[in-house]
Design a protein around this ligand. Sequence first.
Ligand code: HEC
Length: 130
Amino acid sequence: MKRIALACAASLALAGVALAGSASAQAGEGDAARGKSVYARCAACHDLNTGATRLGPSLKGVVGRTSGTMPNFNYSQALKDKAIVWDAASLDQFLAAPAKMVPGNRMAFPPMANAQDRADLIAFLAQSAR
Ligand code: HEC
């Protein structure tokens, strides 16, 4: 009986470690090196550094920028009116559910469900979209 109780306590402790691990991934400790490969999904539409317009606005300096303010890009009224300051939290929310956060925006890109992909991508943008 005593042995079973001990085994139980040990597996509870292990479960606790596993939970703590996934919680920290959700909190957004991104891996920028991995994020670079996630960015391949964005690159057809978004320049990173030169300011050039592709299908979407350049993401040059996107972290800290207000939504809808890149010159020479014809934004939706929705994205301009929203005037979100792009930071790790708002980018995470937008990428997870673009249409929910900014109804009527014109970014033709599906919600990115994987929280780790988003965290890695945002770490890469913070480092490289300058
Ligand atoms: C098919 C083209 C396309 C792809 C792929 C795409 N986007 Fe976009 N994105 C757009 C367009 C178009 C807009 C402008 C939407 C509007 O005006 O409503 C936009 C807007 C944005 C904005 C707001 C920019 C600003 O200046 O306010 C961010 C941030 C963004 N995209 C990030 C991303 C990221 C990160 C990815 C990759 C995971 C991605 N996008 C993939 C087309 C795309």
